[in-house]
Design a protein around this ligand. Structure first.
Ligand SMILES: [Zn+2]
Length: 377
């Protein structure tokens, strides 16, 4: 049996009052046919006590033990192919709007709606905005800063700070430097540093993933895969944005099955839509994943099994990550070649079922027998 796992970043969500979640509202006929022919349930990608984010949830999806101490920004630098000399600390820096001066008590963080709109201002800071600092600006807003010197305390990611006073986010390493950058940026724009390592060097990874390849256009996921020795095929047209070429990603996953029994495909834009507080856009992207990615896997080999889940939830009401269980579906490729109704698959449809922790999830990935159970539609 071969497996393709589709990881929808930030998949799970909260229902609008009296309404439905983006997954519930999305037309997902292919996933629904997988659900009718296979297994649905809940998976807990964020172990209790860890912060909900892809740097934790993606390793869990891949059957690995998450290692938050590796540092999100360090993984992103690895995924982007940036060199990290010894003694360098990588941090992510995200453009945000602030209601007051950086570091002033009571200053509240507001998300930047379109990161590409602020790219020119960030890039104008140059690649060396201060002594001992390198800035790698990114058109999609995933800026990285490489600082000479020791790692600092962990700071909260901006999507967990939206609408909250910045003091709750912790004191960043070199706070004066970030305050100076904020003064050099136009208007109320600032860079908020986060995702730095808890320790400086990335330790050797522990454990082996049952996957052989990961198809992704996002640096942190590429970095996780590379750290564990998994192939990361380049896919022309894959962007990590809503305009990504999902059919090309499906073709790349099926091609990788020629060499690997298990291949994962990561898609990002559902998470982005939730951060932008846009449940309709999240729903539309999930429907497109169903049509153009999951549906296209029908062309796979007859022994293919298709799994779909998320690496964590993201609330399109608050824009914050959620650490609860996420729904999953697993079914045979034959289900994708049939027509018919299927069984609608979403958060509430699996709410009464057991929650798969890392051991049960790994068993599912390996094709071990899992308890067969049903829930009301
Ligand atoms: Zn996110």
């Amino acid at each position: 049996m071969r497996t393709v796992l589709v990881i929808l970043d930030g998949l799970a969500d909260e229902a609008a009052p009296g309404g439905r979640t983006p997954l519930h509202a999305a037309a997902t006929p292919h996933m629904d046919r997988l659900a009718a022919a296979g297994t649905i349930g809940r998976f807990l990608p964020i172990p209790p006590g860890m912060r909900a984010g892809s740097e934790v949830g993606v390793p869990s999806c891949l059957g690995l033990d998450p290692d938050p101490a590796a540092g999100r920004a360090t993984l992103e630098a690895l995924g982007r192919g940036l060199e990290l000399p010894a003694g360098t600390t990588a941090v992510r820096c995200t453009a945000v709007h602030l209601t007051g001066a950086f570091g002033a008590p009571g200053t509240v963080v507001r998300a930047v709606a379109d990161p590409r709109a602020t790219f020119d201002a960030i890039a104008a800071l140059g690649s060396a905005p201060a002594d001992g600092v390198r800035l790698a600006a990114d058109p999609d807003g995933r800026h990285l800063c490489l600082l000479d010197g020791p790692a600092g305390p962990e700071t909260a990611p901006p999507h967990d700070l939206v609408g909250l006073p910045i003091a709750l986010g912790g004191t960043p390493l070199r706070a004066d430097f970030w305050a100076d950058l904020a003064r050099r940026l136009p208007g109320d724009l600032a860079l908020w540093p986060w995702g730095g390592p808890v320790r400086r060097a990335v330790s050797a990874p522990t454990g082996a993933s049952p996957f052989g390849a990961v198809v992704t256009a996002v640096d942190v996921v590429r970095g996780i895969a590379r750290r564990h020795g998994l192939e990361t095929p380049h896919v022309a047209g894959a962007t990590g944005r809503p305009d990504t070429d999902l059919a090309a990603k499906a073709r790349a996953a099926l091609a990788a099955l020629a060499h690997h029994r298990r291949v994962a495909v990561h898609v990002e834009a559902a998470d982005m839509a939730a951060h932008a507080l846009d449940p309709a856009a999240k729903s539309a992207f999930i429907a497109r994943v169903d049509r153009e990615l999951v549906g296209a896997l029908a062309a796979g080999p007859d022994d293919l099994r298709v799994l779909v889940t998320g690496d964590h939830g993201t609330s399109s009401r608050t824009g914050r990550h959620l650490d609860g269980p996420v729904p999953f579906v697993a079914g045979p490729v034959a289900a994708l070649r049939r027509s018919g109704q299927g069984r609608k698959w979403h958060e509430a449809a699996v709410a009464d079922g057991p929650v798969y922790g890392p051991v049960a999830w790994r068993g599912l990935l390996l094709g071990a027998a899992v308890p067969c159970w049903t829930v009301p539609c």
